[in-house]
Design a binder for this molecule. Structure first.
Ligand code: GLC
Length: 829
């Protein structure tokens, strides 16, 4: 039989199932309702262009002029922007919508879109644009979009993909999958985040394809001049974000899909997990080791074996006879207990959760009626339909006893892709309520994990009150950041996986999910001491910092690799605790502005095309640059430093960025640079958050010539007062010349921290201080051998000038005599 498909067809998933492509005709009608513009074609296609803000535009297409109710799990219900000013004009061939920042042109013939900036540069342009195929087998449309690749265009984003950071040349898909021991380039993985960034001519935009079916993205892979995305169902419904900065695009996306709340500060501490710690004596033994060895730790995890036969919300009373007592004893020693909860509910007539779910119809049903059955850890299970609001309420309430009676402080959701043994996931015919928009698994699959995390969050938040909740999820869709943190799933103890952990966490961070980490050391198999330390060095710079490993492969605690590695593990976990106020401030920026916490090099310097293919280096917050060592037996690495002046954390060597530098990093260092001009707050060393009342906060000030501003956020680290404005935002404006340094502090907010003094340690002063004035009054300078910063035995005796000042000072001024007329010579390797 002759293939009826024209040559020009692409976005092909299966050659045998290709269908004829259908296209919109000419626009014959249009109308405007406030910021919504409808364009209807001769063959009944309708395009709805909704201008949400001056830089966010939504494009929604209907092949038959009918739009089903507008419903999305991804969009933040609190996103209700004021409609922006839009100018509408018509030309013979096109319509034009103009906002403050962009111009959107809609072709009358074929409905292709072109978006330009105000200077007339093309930002994004359709090729065929919207078109579709009708799929006889499923009765759905495959909805498609194709766009021209702009000259020199690069692509980033898409969540947890384990491939290179720059996506140009790749085809990827979203279908949340349980991918035990995945590898580089495995696709799809656990999460579905159909959001990408385009960058060309140093200008960035983003596209979020809000479609929960299996989605595909082709970035100049099938055809080098085209980028396309498509889905096996539902609508072509996407949002365009204008930057021009990559970070601005990420912030726009976070505005639309929502932001996380502030976590409890302890959740940014070090966490220890294993599949599984049991019985109680083993679990408490782990806690004891941490405290005896004085290795800081805040949270300990119970994996599936704490349950009775893997029944969620039960305890194995043989292993854990008195969970409440055990958890409170651990809590008295500063440990928070986090437990795993999976979606599979064991089919067992004597099990309360099963009975309630069964009797009330809370489980997902097959297309023909019976409850869906699938095998996971407990054996055959039913699975709650978390897309039903009543089921979410029920699920949330199931946490009451675990939290209010037993004292659990956080919940870890796993296997929620949803994963089913042997079959992989649910069959396609399984039905979901989808919040009153009934559908099959084809549509609900990718948001199942997100809705589970949402229901869990509702419960943990409710019962932990007035404390803040911690939820961790393996599966996610766009918007999951509103409910949960995440990790990168079942990785392997290998150098390649350490490389991937770095890329995946950065990529998740720019895709809306900054509260992210990997299983430190690798989940499958056992790392060598060296690999464990290299991984931990990276992990302490990830917002979610947890060692986790599978029980069948040896021990993986910080002390499992021999004394010299134990010391190193302790040193890096201690550093994490010292950095907590900086990491917390970075979290607050993420919560407040949607700014990714982990920032790929290109996001730090998108004007520098050198960064476009580099991916190992990344920023944490405004002032850190980190680059992990992902190779065995090396004592340093080359890396690219973005422009600006940087201090090497370990020895204060000054580097000028905008080029490759060699960072000396034997096993007791990770390449870690601090931006000149920054003020980096350090907590005193603590074994867990809240161990000590902090009376003095250390501020490490890194001298710069010129001016630079750093921020410090504080709200006490738990509770909800911050939502009512009880927090402080402190800005330190550092201005340096060859013979002076001025620090001004601007304080906003009503929170009173416990510390009353700052200990300011001055790094890199190019002059000898002569007079010091604090708010006009003279002050004495001291020097410290800084045992806190200085991990290098050989430089133990180096002295740093230090000043003790009252917390709420306004201006600190240091005048000096130039000891060296020049800036310290940048040390180059
Ligand atoms: C899954 C999780 C892993 C967990 C295990 C047992 O493989 O990804 O983290 O330890 O299940 O619950």
């Amino acid at each position: 039989m002759q293939d009826p498909i024209p040559e020009s067809n692409y976005m092909i998933n299966s050659l045998t199932n290709r269908r004829e492509e259908l296209f919109p005709g000419k626009i014959i009608e249009h109308k405007q309702e406030e910021n919504k513009f409808y364009f209807s074609s001769a063959n009944e296609v309708t395009l709805l262009v909704q201008v949400l803000t001056s830089r966010i535009i939504r494009f929604r297409y209907s092949p038959d002029g009918y739009f089903p109710p507008d419903f999305s799990y991804a969009i933040d219900p609190d996103f209700k922007p004021e409609p922006p000013k839009v100018e509408f004009t018509q030309k013979p061939d096109s319509f034009q919508l103009t906002t403050e920042l962009v111009v959107c042109i809609i072709q009358k013939e074929g409905l292709q879109i072109k978006i330009l900036d105000k200077s007339g540069n093309v930002i994004n342009e359709d090729e065929k644009g919207y078109h579709w195929e009708y799929d006889l087998q499923t009765g759905n449309n495959t909805v498609k979009m194709s766009k021209w690749v702009q000259s020199g265009e690069h692509y980033y984003g898409l969540g947890d993909k384990s491939c290179n950071m720059n996506l140009r040349g790749r085809r990827l898909q979203n279908w949340g999958s349980d991918t035990y021991g995945y590898s580089r380039n495995s696709d799809p993985l656990y999460k579905s985040i159909p959001f990408y960034f385009g960058l060309h001519q140093k200008t960035a935009y983003g596209i979020f394809f809000d479609n929960t079916f299996r989605t595909y993205f082709d970035f100049a892979h099938e055809r080098s001049n085209l980028t396309s995305f498509w889905a096996h169902g539902e609508e072509m419904n996407y949002y365009f974000f204008y930057g021009p900065g990559l970070t601005e695009v990420a912030e726009q996306y976070a505005l639309l899909t929502g932001r996380s709340a502030m976590p409890p500060l302890w959740a940014l501490g070090y966490q220890q997990c294993k599949w599984s710690y049991y019985p109680e004596s083993t679990f408490k033994g782990i806690a004891r080791e941490f405290r005896e060895r004085q290795i800081p730790c805040d949270a300990l995890y119970l994996d599936i074996d704490y349950m009775d036969g893997f029944r969620c919300f039960t305890w194995n009373k043989e292993y854990f006879p008195d969970p409440k007592r055990m958890i409170s004893e651990l809590a008295a020693d500063g440990f928070k207990t986090v437990v795993i909860i999976d979606p599979g509910i064991k089919i067992d007539k004597n099990y309360r959760v099963y009975q309630e779910g069964f009797q009330n119809g809370y489980f997902c049903r097959r297309g023909d009626g019976p409850y869906m059955k699938g095998s996971v850890w407990p054996g055959l299970c039913h699975f709650p339909d978390y897309t039903h609001p009543v089921v979410r309420e029920w699920w949330a309430d199931l946490f009451e006893e675990l939290i209010t009676v037993d004292g659990v402080r956080g919940v870890w959701n796993d296997m929620n892709e949803p994963a089913v043994f042997e079959q992989g996931t649910f069959p396609d015919d399984v039905r979901f309520d989808y919040d009153g928009n009934p559908c099959s698994h084809r549509k609900a699959h990718n948001i199942y994990g997100m809705q589970m995390a949402r229901a869990t969050y509702m419960g943990v938040k409710k019962f932990c009150y007035p404390n803040r909740p911690l939820v961790i999820t393996r599966s996610a869709f766009s918007g999951t950041q509103r409910f949960s943190s995440t990790w990168t799933g079942d990785n392997v103890a290998s150098w390649d996986h350490l490389w991937m952990a770095n890329i995946q966490c950065q990529r998740l961070s720019i895709s809306g999910m900054s509260f992210v980490g990997s299983d430190i050391g690798g989940f499958i198999e056992t790392p060598t001491g060296e690999l464990y330390i290299r991984w931990l060095q990276l992990g302490i710079f990830h917002p979610f910092c947890r060692t986790h490993s599978s029980g069948d492969h040896g021990d993986q605690e910080p002390w499992s690799f021999g004394p010299e590695y134990t010391l190193l593990a302790k040193k890096f976990i201690e550093l994490r605790y010292r950095l907590l106020p900086y990491i917390y401030t970075t979290f607050w920026q993420y919560v407040t502005f949607g700014t990714p916490m982990l920032r790929p090099l290109t996001f730090m310097a998108q004007d520098d095309t050198e960064t476009y293919h580099r991916m190992a280096e990344f920023g944490l917050g405004d002032n850190f640059l980190i680059c992990p060592i992902t190779q065995a037996e090396v004592d340093g690495r080359w890396l690219y430093l973005p422009h600006g002046t940087w201090y090497y954390f370990w020895d204060n060597t000054i580097y000028i960025g905008g080029k490759e530098v060699w960072a000396q990093a034997p096993l007791d260092r990770i390449p870690f640079f601090i931006r000149a001009g920054s003020v980096v707050p350090f907590y005193p060393l603590m074994q867990y958050v809240g161990e000590k009342e902090i009376t003095e906060l250390t501020l490490n000030l890194y001298y710069t010539e010129g001016s630079f501003t750093s921020t410090l956020y504080d709200d006490g680290g738990d509770g909800y007062a911050y939502e009512k404005g009880i927090f402080t935002e402190r800005k330190f404006i550092v201005t340096g010349t060859q013979v002076s340094l001025t620090v001004s502090q601007e304080i906003k907010g009503a929170f009173e921290p416990t510390y009353t003094t700052y200990k300011i340690i001055l790094h890199g002063l190019p002059f000898g201080p002569e007079t010091i004035r604090i708010d006009g009054e003279p002050l004495l300078l001291d020097t410290v051998v800084d045992p806190e910063l200085d991990f290098e035995p050989e430089s133990q005796n180096e002295k740093f000038p230090v000043i003790y000042v009252r917390r709420d000072f306004k201006t600190l001024n240091i005048q000096g005599i130039a000891s060296d007329p020049m800036l310290p010579e940048p040390e180059m390797a």
